[in-house]
Design a protein. Sequence first.
Length: 205
Amino acid sequence: MFKKTTNKLGHTAFTLHEDKVIREIITECKVSMPFDPRSGLPHPPFFTIMALWDTGATNCAITKNVIDKLHLVPFMKVPVGHADGSSWKDAYKLNIVLPNDIGFHNWNATECVSINGNFDIIIGMDLITKGDFAVTNKDGKTTVSFRVPSTVKIDFNDGEAVISEPAKNEEKKELVLENKYKGASLNQPCPCGSGKLYKRCHGKK
């Protein structure tokens, strides 16, 4: 079961429930060519692909399928560490929208290979650390939840989950984040990259 929500403070989250213990976390996400919303041009089309959430990956990575579909061109080579040591890989820029409809513009990703062919992008720690990420396996059922922005600290010591409450000044700060796209045209795609019109996304009153 999958669900996503946005609360009055602007926290957007998704939760994935599985009736079994899962060995890999795969969800849908959307990608497009890199795009500057300030250009006033129509947003390039989004493509829905499968994403592997990997806390062992430092940065995001994409397969050749994504590179070809979006007609991406490498802008530099970067060293990438892996089980066999490290090697130089092409780096690309693209727009990524996570399952909770949070978009990231001009994000860097290197090329990777999906051995089983069950994903086309790896969500690495560079994106996971933008929010709160939790995985639990109570009663043999896996629940994965991710929320942006990061709000609480979860501590499982002493046999219980201790969840810190956000400070009042943190709530005020998060409310300000909701207005960072203020001034965008109501009938243009939202600059956050969600694919929705601004008036139906961050332009909501």
